[in-house]
Design a protein around this ligand. Structure first.
Ligand SMILES: *Cc1c(COP(=O)(O)O)cnc(C)c1O
Length: 392
């Protein structure tokens, strides 16, 4: 493609050359499998609610797909994060390290535990938490006392870190695990966006103590709403199931609960959708990778912008295709958003940084130069897997 030096115009053309004239959504679900069959089975059996064979099957299918020893289905990804933090021992008054560049759920889950987020920077390569900057930050701001990481400035315990695999691109999880080890931190992976993404062949969400998934309507597969907790610790998996199902002790008729649990159960109807969607996941992943390759070819000659590619040694699910404007062209971001959306091509900037939101503005944070820069330069473009399966 010849570029005209008119960036918004060139971007509209590049998207249309791959995905057609639109209108195009940012990310549409696809229901071409056994969804109707399994939903009908639910209705016919009357098991539509929080008990049923599809819940069990979805959990075991998720465990086999991800390689986690245990998967527990829950009502959404935010609930999965909340329970993950509880199970990791996050208590009122603790701090939890998380990227400033994330979706609100990551920070809110920390607040639900009456803990405080402590925001850290991202790296441009993966868009996720920067392990080198994090180690620097902790080396200055924290000290180890009695095997606990204490924030010198606030006096609070930093209990855990929650890296997130942004738009499906795996974060440098091995380096983060090393930091977690050295500073006595639990590591929980927010893998809400990275179902199907792997690092050295191992599924994201299975490296830390616990990983969490989301099956919201805009994610790679959807159950309408839903989420899951992944863990390789079988005892922790049992605890996760227990406290997400009201902490009821099993009995033929007695209602006895042994702690304050949550009703975070995923209904059988939603799990039925999940089983049908998981069957199609390999095809979705193939199509999303094809879409990336076609966008990459189309954008190769557009100056001033590049497409974010999977980090070396990783396989990304390419959940959301991501344009990164050159730093010098960041001031054209809004013009690009206007031109594309006016043309019926749904595009979006990245989330406002968490530390800019009123409820988290006074939370502790590291210097955030890269996150600040990325927040000005990221644009997500139409990413539905169906676009990858259409002949160019
Ligand atoms: C989608 C998402 C979640 C969970 O969202 P739910 O809508 O509660 O399922 C959590 N973290 C990130 C980064 C997400 O993108």
């Amino acid at each position: 493609m010849d570029t005209t030096g008119n960036l918004p115009h060139d971007i509209v053309n590049a998207i249309q050359s791959v995905a057609g004239n639109g209108p195009l959504a940012l990310h549409e679900p696809r229901f071409n499998g056994n969804e109707w069959v399994y939903l009908k089975e639910c209705l016919d059996s009357t098991f539509v609610s929080s008990v049923g064979k599809f819940v069990d099957r979805f959990e075991s299918d998720l465990a086999s797909f991800t390689g986690a020893r245990r998967a527990v289905a829950v009502v959404n990804g935010t609930a999965a994060l909340h329970v993950a933090l509880r199970l990791a021992g996050v208590q009122a008054g603790d701090e939890v390290l998380l990227p400033a560049l994330t979706f609100i759920a990551t920070a809110n889950a920390v607040a639900y535990c009456q803990a405080t987020p402590n925001f850290v920077d991202s790296e441009e390569r993966s868009l996720g938490m920067d392990a080198v900057a994090l180690r620097d930050y902790l080396s200055n701001a924290a000290e180890i006392r009695n095997y606990q990481c204490i924030n010198r400035n606030t006096g609070r315990v930093i209990r855990a870190m929650v890296p997130m695999h942004t738009f499906g691109h795996p974060v440098d999880i091995e380096a983060l695990l090393a930091v977690a080890h050295d500073f006595h931190l639990q590591l929980i992976e927010d893998a809400a966006e990275s179902l199907g993404s792997t690092v050295g062949g191992q599924h994201t969400g299975t490296f830390g103590l616990i990983g969490t998934l989301s099956f919201n309507g805009n994610k790679t597969i959807t159950t309408g709403g839903g989420g899951a907790i992944l863990t390789n610790d079988v005892e922790l998996g049992k605890r996760a199931k227990h406290i997400t199902t009201t902490a009821k002790l099993p009995h033929r008729w007695d209602f006895v609960h042994d702690e304050v649990g949550y009703n975070y159960r995923l209904p059988n109807l939603n799990a039925a959708l999940g089983c049908a969607q998981l069957e199609q996941l390999p095809g979705f992943l193939r199509d999303k990778r094809l879409l990336f390759e076609r966008y990459q070819a189309a954008f190769a000659n557009v100056r001033g912008v590049r497409l974010v590619a999977e980090p070396a040694g990783c396989s990304s699910n390419y959940w959301l295709q991501t344009l990164l404007l050159d730093e010098l062209l960041a001031d054209q971001r809004d013009a690009v958003l206007i031109a594309t959306n006016d043309a019926g091509l749904m595009t979006r900037p990245v989330w406002a940084l968490m530390n800019r939101l009123p409820m988290y503005a006074s939370a502790p944070k590291a210097p955030l130069p890269v996150a600040e820069s990325l927040a000005r330069r990221v644009i997500n473009i139409p990413s539905s897997s169906g676009l990858g399966s259409v002949a160019p």
